[in-house]
Design a protein around this ligand. Structure first.
Ligand code: TMP
Length: 203
């Protein structure tokens, strides 16, 4: 199967810029790719994304948020990720299951064993071959993220939440050094991209 690459990191680290640059890099090499994102990536999952990111008067329980993330993921895996990989198309996903462990598990305090179980239930064996994790001092990243005009439900969280999220991402990366490529997001954009493209040569 063709490579499945995911991009992770807290808000404001330049993740989406790296996703776009990676897509251009593949296009230049005449490689067929599918650029997608989570939560989202299918019409139904994009509707779940809108619900998940919006502010609500009613308190959204961590359990509800987790189940909706995985509901969106099940659609995304079955209708986009798996068919693309089977058809010989590379998949670039702006976030995937590592985000559920980091945000719902470490961030919201949902039992990691429950997340592990939901991952097995919804992923149909689709595990990334390579995961880029962009890291930066949390305060710096948030300063960048909070410049956005309207903050969504996640972007409105406090610094301590994102500290937990980034720490957990780093723990996961340390456990799976073969899959993760951790990149210092404070480097120049061209250096960030050079590190990423170099790592892709090993795929
Ligand atoms: P984005 O910032 O990459 O557009 O992602 C939207 C938000 O969704 C982001 O704040 C992280 C959050 N998220 C989770 O909390 N759990 C997940 O499993 C995923 C995929 C995203």
């Amino acid at each position: 199967m063709t490579p499945f690459i995911t991009f992770e990191g807290i808000e404001g680290v330049g993740k989406s810029t790296l996703v776009q640059a990676t897509a251009k890099h593949l296009a230049k090499a005449n490689i067929r790719y599918c650029l997608t994102r989570e939560p989202g990536g299918t019409p139904f999952a994009e509707q779940l994304r809108a619900v998940l990111l919006a502010h609500h008067d009613e308190r959204i329980l961590p359990a509800t948020e987790t189940l909706l993330m995985f509901a969106a993921r099940a659609q995304h895996v079955a209708n986009v990720i798996k068919p693309s990989l089977t058809a010989g198309v590379w998949v670039l996903s702006d976030r995937y299951t590592d985000a559920s462990f980091a945000y719902q598990g470490a961030g919201r305090g949902v039992d990691m064993a429950v997340i592990e179980h939901l991952a097995g239930f919804s992923q149909a064996g689709c595990v990334p071959d390579l995961t880029f994790l962009l890291v930066a001092p949390v305060a710096l990243a948030l300063q960048r993220a909070k410049k956005r005009a309207v903050l969504d439900r996640f972007e409105s969280e406090q610094l301590a939440f994102f500290e937990r999220v980034q720490d957990h991402y780093l723990q996961r990366a340390a456990l799976e050094p073969g899959r993760f490529c951790v990149i210092d997001a404070t480097l120049r954009l061209s250096d960030v991209q050079a590190i990423a493209f170099d790592r892709m040569k090993s795929l």
